[in-house]
Design a protein around this ligand. Sequence first.
Ligand SMILES: *Cc1c(COP(=O)(O)O)cnc(C)c1O
Length: 357
Amino acid sequence: MSRFWSAVVHGLTPYVPGEQPKLDKLVKLNTNEHPYGPSPRALAAIRAATDDSLRLYPDPNADALKAALARRHGLQPQQIFVGNGSDEVLAHAFMALLKQDRPLWFPDITYSFYPVYCGLYGIGQRVVPLADDFSIRVEDYLPQGGERPGAIIFPNPNAPTGRLLSLTDVERIVAGNPYAVVLVDEAYIDFGGDSAITLVDKYPNLLVVHTFSKSRSLAGLRVGFAAGHAELIEGLERVKNSFNSYPLDRLALAGAVASVEDEAFFQESCRKVIATRETLVGRMRALGFEVLPSAANFIFARHPQRDGAELAAELRKRAIIVRHFKAPRIDQFLRITVGTDEQCAILIEALREILGR
Ligand SMILES: *Cc1c(COP(=O)(O)O)cnc(C)c1O
């Protein structure tokens, strides 16, 4: 607390990111990073860009990256917005598109940054409970009895549950709310879902946000993007150009373009994570865990006989870090990132020991 803080700062409840411990030899399964590292072509491009040209500002419009993403997704460059991580893209979307007179609707269990941005920008919220099986019910997001949303946001697959909503169901929500922007945060879609980017030509109210942090294994580079109708994108550009003209530096631009162009590496590295996830889910269930169906690079699991916080603490003693949320409805769950086969084997061994099996 400081008397020099503005009233806004006094009222903020900031987001708390998963920890990044400064220790070696940890089995780090707490922040959904990709275990296999970025495309070698991305790394080579970043090295090649590390030269005297760093004295120059980067391209403020990120044209090369927008062109690469547009090609990859069959869109026009004017339908793409890029930012310093998808968190920044989301922040600008909250300001530019989701701040309306009516409240923003989102699930009770979801990415915990959404209520933080609502607080920062003074956006009214309506929290919509997930079903008992932690799925999103489409009906809950359709206008009901004169009540309709100012805008809607949800991750698909949802975080931290990992549950996927089918593309048909996503489309029902978008089509059912022609007067509201529907933002689908697809941070994990490459691990098992069909992207709603294929729908942006059809629906002017749909914005789809992706990140390079998870499926492209570039969390350290800070790159994210949004795809949507050119008018939505222009709204985002207006906020971005009122905030920071150069959110993506030269190295990030070079690495991101090369990553997008290395489709084979991308497909293969996602495929490996999916295969490991399926094995991990089977082994966790064999240990008695209830595991929600996951289409992400993490799983969400609870044990009927053991407390979630206690399990997380026991794992930590063995240098294995997973994420535990002290939040209503989910405080018995662990969110576990899908690591390498070896990391997952270490996890299973540790759990077997902790459970006394
Ligand atoms: C990880 C994550 C993000 C943020 O990704 P960055 O691009 O690293 O900022 C956004 N949304 C969800 C649901 C995430 O899990």
